[in-house]
Write a protein that binds this ligand. Structure first.
Ligand code: DHB
Ligand code: MG
Length: 223
């Protein structure tokens, strides 16, 4: 059995054992696929992990950079206490429309605001509006912009804010300093900036499973 097959089998086992059937989320994935979105939503057990992290954090205000079809957005929003809110940023209007319908079906439209436009434009706007500080920030958009997104995440944070980054391993390519892949270089710079930032305590962990070999970064904003 190849590694990838074994990883998938274990993920299937974990998901079928630990996660109840979830027609709303399953339909969200089907509709994302039907609309031609790339299969880059987090895995179900990863979505649940994000949900649990938001609850551990006691977060009321969540910022997501990169909505895609709204799959992770739904997991994040379901973790909120009454009155909590997710703002999610999406550059692609086709993705944003798929997400809007998925979020509507999940009956979470009152807790989630989708902002359509480049995050590089939306993030300064959020700061200008005084939309922050956010308690939990999930960075899961175009990887070359990760360093920029980290800078804005810090500006929109408070001491104690958790910042999670998706896709920091990229099938192991992250460890190659000579990689010519702009995604890999974006993630490497992102990790280096986290390491150099005295306001952050950060780590990263590898994951294997139905999404292959990848991983998450996690950082907490210090005082
Ligand atoms: C890619 C992006 C993602 O957010 C993801 O979860 C998987 C892959 C990508 O750009 O390749
Ligand atoms: Mg991702």
């Amino acid at each position: 059995m190849s590694n990838e097959t074994a990883w998938r089998e274990v993920d299937d086992y974990f998901c079928s054992t630990l996660l109840p059937a979830d027609p709303v989320l399953e339909q969200a994935l089907r509709d994302s696929d039907a609309a031609g979105l790339p299969p880059h939503a987090v895995a179900p057990n990863q979505g649940r992990l994000l949900n649990l992290l938001v609850r551990l954090q006691g977060a009321r205000r969540v910022l997501e950079i990169g909505t895609l079809g709204g799959y992770s957005t739904i997991w994040l929003a379901r973790a909120l206490p009454p009155g909590g809110r997710v703002i999610t940023l999406e550059a692609n209007p086709v993705c944003a429309e798929v997400a809007r319908i998925n979020i509507e079906r999940a009956e979470l439209a009152d807790r989630i605001e989708i902002r359509v436009g480049r995050a590089a434009d939306s993030l300064p706007q959020l700061l200008a509006e005084g939309a922050g500080p956010f308690d939990f920030i999930f960075i899961d958009a175009d990887k070359p912009s990760n360093p920029l997104y980290l800078e804005w995440a810090l500006k929109l944070s408070r001491p104690g804010t958790a910042i999670v980054g998706d896709n920091v391993v990229r099938h192991g390519a992250v460890a190659d300093p000579h990689s010519t892949d702009a995604n890999v270089q974006g993630v490497r710079r992102f990790l280096e900036l986290m390491a150099a930032e005295p306001r952050l305590s950060a780590t990263a962990v590898q994951t294997v499973g139905s999404k292959g070999w990848d991983g998450f970064s996690l950082a907490i904003v210090e005082t």
